[in-house]
Write a protein that binds this ligand. Structure first.
Ligand code: ARG
Length: 609
């Protein structure tokens, strides 16, 4: 936190994306502001303990306060005896509290238990902050960026093989992490590290040449269904040893850059790409493909650098790296002299650190690949490419996730053997939503386009949310009925909740833009204050979700927000009450924050239902 707080805010970068007039005054999160205040108090009172980082957390029980500072106990343990003035941790807490600079954001503090400093925020200040957000935009709440540039390596299916539900998870999780980083003003390079290189291409190309001599005239037709094409060529490869030999020669020709082979390779990639794009289009995913082939020319240099550090050794004809603690070595050059997944990832890491100057690189794949990542990360640390301390920048993180299971508790498949086609899966989600909307009589009320768009927003949103709301490390069970339920913690419920808030505002007949100008926000009722506090915590929740790379934290926040709103709406009359204007503004603030959550989760909001 201290590191990020001390990093000068890059105005130059903002200028490149928006004109200077649009550069907003950023206030950071409430937590960050309290950290600053308590940081001052700690430095002031304990000038010899400059390495102390203020620990601020929201209070679990709102009766005690809104936030608490938890430094007293550990600080007491550190200075005990050295500073006779402090006989108990409570005294340390008291001293911190007494040194807290005056601030309009704090109404009062108390000491509790073994020295916690409980902070109650000023309700007026909270209200003003919410009002200001309505005027200046929720972007002004963005936390300080942890780094300037990050890389999100996600989705990354393999050419000619199927894009399976694992890739769907990677796509959904990776996209939301990228969005959260972007919200914090981090520049994110979204990388699709597709598997487009390797020995299987020899087989595919040779098969294309032999079975479809006309391939150049009509490449897409020649390849047809790529998965089938892959299966057929593999069959031939395994059964026919002469073909196998020719396929191996084809790899050499491809890697040697022979034009005909490059062309066939490019055609096969293009056919795959078109399939992948159908999924990205439905999900609204933006991603730049830099496949394995891109890094191939960089491998020799990367390996040379590792060699210079004496990291590479010979083992059973292969070249390997031994990394601390793991007995199995990381193979970087195979026995036949070829490169592999690991050498490609090492070269890609080198490129990303040195050419793209990324300070944080996240890799989103299933947990099954954890060891691969741990090993090449360790190798890079040993080579000095990355700092020895894992939490220092430049930093690499493997964001692992569990399996998608079917109703039977086994790996998700539609039929016994076949994998699910992602496009079909997404279409089914949409079609089920469309049917539900038609059943509710929307076909008569809405235009065809409205019906389509709403069905897409809800259907695709439901698939994304069902995935994101779980801790990514756990396996999750794919169930249409559950994810499309309009009750409970589902995207459908949340999208409806948002639409309902919008309709409250619409039906009031008031112009919110006008209300923002003439009205003020007031949080006098306890349920208004609880809702207001929850709204204010939005930026720090994004920060936490992002730091821990856990999108479920944001989902939980969103769900609780809708609960707090329901409580407020049940207990506080909005339209027709004396507080109508303020309460409509609170409705609007809730809708704005909900929409930002949807946006960060990659879900398209709906405004009417
Ligand atoms: N193509 C790989 C797979 O399907 C995922 C690649 C992940 N990214 C990476 N840099 N290794 O399993």
């Amino acid at each position: 936190i201290l590191r990020t707080a001390s990093r000068p805010f890059s105005v130059a970068k903002l200028q490149s994306v928006s004109s200077m007039a649009e550069v907003m005054e950023r206030v950071g999160s409430v937590k960050q502001q309290l950290q600053r205040l308590f940081g001052e108090a700690l430095r002031d009172k304990f000038p010899d303990e400059l390495d102390i980082v203020p620990i601020i957390t929201p209070c679990k029980d709102l009766r005690h306060g809104d936030y608490q500072c938890n430094n007293a106990m550990s600080l007491f343990a550190k200075i005990k005896g050295r500073v006779p003035e402090f006989k108990k941790p409570q005294a340390v807490g008291q001293a911190i509290m007494d040194s807290l600079p005056d601030s309009e954001m704090i109404r009062g503090c108390t000491i509790a238990g073994p020295g916690y400093v409980n902070v109650t925020l000023s309700t007026e200040w909270m209200a003003k902050r919410i009002h200001k957000m309505l005027i200046d935009g929720v972007e002004t709440w963005a936390p300080e960026p942890p780094v300037q540039r990050a890389i999100a390596d996600f989705s990354s299916p393999n050419i000619a093989k199927e894009m399976h539900v694992g890739h769907l998870r990677s796509t959904i999780i990776g996209d939301t992490l990228a969005r959260m980083l972007e919200f914090q003003n981090v520049e994110v390079l979204r990388r699709n590290h597709v598997g487009d290189w390797g020995t299987q291409f020899g087989m595919l190309i040779e098969y294309l040449f032999e079975e479809n001599p006309n391939w150049e005239a009509a490449p897409t037709e020649a390849i047809g269904d790529l998965q089938g094409f892959y299966k057929e060529s593999k069959k031939k490869f395994d059964a026919d040893s002469d073909f196998k030999e020719r396929a191996q020669k084809a790899v050499v020709s491809l890697q040697g850059g022979e034009e005909k082979y490059r062309k066939a390779w490019a055609q096969i990639c293009e056919t795959s790409r078109r399939e992948f794009d159908k999924v990205y289009l439905r999900l609204g995913i933006k991603l730049e493909e830099k496949g394995e082939s891109f890094y191939n020319p960089y491998i020799p240099k990367a390996l040379e650098l590792l060699s210079k550090e004496n990291l590479i050794e010979e083992s059973e004809g292969a070249r390997v790296i031994y990394v601390g603690g793991i007995t199995r070595p990381l193979i970087v050059v195979k026995k036949d002299g070829g490169y592999n997944y690991a050498s490609t990832d090492l070269a890609a890491l080198w490129y990303r650190l040195n050419e793209e100057k990324a300070e944080w690189i996240i890799y989103v794949t299933d947990v099954g690949q954890r060891e691969h990542f741990e090993m090449f990360f360790a190798a890079a640390r040993q080579a000095g490419w990355l700092p020895a301390e894992e939490d220092k920048y430049p930093k690499v993180s493997h964001v692992g996730f569990g399996l998608v299971l079917g109703e039977d508790g086994k790996r998700f498949r539609t039929r016994a053997t076949e994998v699910v086609k992602l496009v079909d899966l997404l279409d089914e989600a949409k079609n089920r939503c469309k049917a539900a909307l038609i059943e509710r009589g929307k076909a008569e009320k809405w235009t065809g386009e409205e019906l389509e768009q709403t069905a897409e927003a809800i259907g695709y949103g439901a698939v994304k949310y069902a995935d994101l709301k779980n801790n990514r490390l756990t396996n999750y069970t794919f169930n249409f009925d559950q994810m499309l339920n309009d009750k409970g913690n589902t995207a459908v419920y949340l999208l409806y909740a948002h639409a309902r808030i919008c309709s409250i505002i619409r039906r009031s007949g008031r112009d919110v833009e006008e209300l923002k100008k003439v009205g003020t926000v007031d949080l006098a009722h306890p349920d208004e204050r609880v809702l207001g506090l929850h709204l204010l915590q939005f930026p720090e929740v994004v920060e936490e979700a992002c730091t821990n790379m856990l999108p479920n934290i944001l989902c939980e926040y969103l769900y609780n927000l809708s609960e707090d709103f329901t409580k407020f709406y049940t207990n506080c009359q909005v339209v027709g009450s004396p507080q109508e204007i303020s309460r409509l503004l609170l409705c609007e603030a809730t809708a704005v924050v909900m929409r930002k959550c949807f946006f960060l989760l990659g879900i398209t909001p709906v405004y009417k239902i």
